[in-house]
Unconditional design. Sequence first.
Length: 252
Amino acid sequence: MTLLAVDDLVVRYGAIEALRGVSLHVDEGEIVGLIGANGAGKSTTMNSILGVVRPVRGTITYRGEPLLGKPPEAIIRKGIAPTMEGRRIFPSLTVEENLRLGAAIRSDRQQIQADIDRWCAFFPILGQRLQQPAGNLSGGQQQMLAVARALMSNPKLLLMDEPSLGLAPLLVAEVFRLITQLRDLGVTILLVEQNVRMTLEIADRAYLLNTGRVEFSGTPAEILQHADIEQAYLGGGKSSRPASAPMGAPLT
Ligand SMILES: Nc1ncnc2c1ncn2[C@@H]1O[C@H](COP(=O)(O)OP(=O)(O)OP(=O)(O)O)[C@@H](O)[C@H]1O
Ligand SMILES: [Mg+2]
């Protein structure tokens, strides 16, 4: 079932046309990657879905219902949760307080403690630091807190904007592993990433944005066969694996 459908979205910032007719969809249970260079329009797409940016043309529907024109709070209440670029946690609040803020829109108050326990089991480091100021966490730990806080709203659809940004390689691998585990728990994920290699390893499908347009979309295997991707995004050249190699094969 299609959870989210974006059709022919156009966004302008003054004279800059940031999105020039972007269409994409996310089916229930999928990890969908949104990849592309700096300035391609990835965050603008996310912010349009969240009601933070107002498109001049196009439609956005969530479970068949139009989202465009609705305020961000109404959109979040429908079960769409953002984790944004540069992890916006509240550093002076404790880890637990940050998690509870994520649940602020929920009405099932008695379930909240159970979910704190659940996500602390999933992210043990957060469980160990519940009463400490979130600002004391390392960058990677803050990133996990940002994801856990988004999960506290009990979302159907998680919009992740560059969750691996600024993380050391080991933590990047950890974050991507967590993303696949979340999908296995039934959370649908739209994942914006600069880390194209890792994204294509975990995504079910992906869209390649180029200066405000979808240049290519398909399964990771299809995208890797696309002529330019190796060159443009994987630092590629002749060392690329053959297009027919299985997905699990190393990309060296
Ligand atoms: N608030 C804004 N005002 C003016 N121009 C903007 C604004 N936000 C984004 N832009 C421009 O819109 C285009 C798309 O930006 P966007 O942030 O969506 O790209 P992105 O794909 O998320 O890039 P990055 O990978 O660097 O985060 C860029 O040219 C950017 O300079
Ligand atoms: Mg961005």
